[in-house]
Design a protein around this ligand. Structure first.
Ligand SMILES: [Zn+2]
Length: 112
């Protein structure tokens, strides 16, 4: 992943959307890259900052993975990047944009 993309994501997401932690952040791919690791997913709308602990638990703890899917943090292979992500700090849903910004998802309340 390009350093510039990484920087953009970490500026957009100054804390982990799952727990609010602002230290030890890593850039997480919302959709698994699968074999070959497509660079098409190295774009801001497919990426989010999360703490290292959450990043690991999404892969190893099934209840965490399930909750990450409900929060838009983890996407299935057929899901679009326009699905909003839940931010536990602001309690709002955001749509991540390809230009590296995020927009409040207005209908977030009843999304799921
Ligand atoms: Zn976290």
């Amino acid at each position: 992943m390009k350093a510039s993309i990484r920087k953009l994501v970490l500026e957009r997401d100054p804390y982990c959307f799952h727990c609010g932690e602002s230290n030890d952040l890593v850039v997480h791919h919302r959709r698994n890259r699968g074999h070959g690791g497509s660079k098409l997913l190295d774009k801001p709308e497919w990426l989010m900052a999360v703490c290292a602990r959450y990043n690991g638990e999404m892969e190893s703890v099934s209840s965490v993975a399930e909750s990450a899917r409900r929060s838009g943090h983890k996407l299935r292979s057929w899901e679009a990047s326009s699905l909003p992500v839940f931010d536990v700090v602001t309690l709002l849903w955001y749509v991540l944009k390809t230009d590296g910004t995020k927009e409040v998802y207005e209908d977030g309340e009843g999304y799921y």
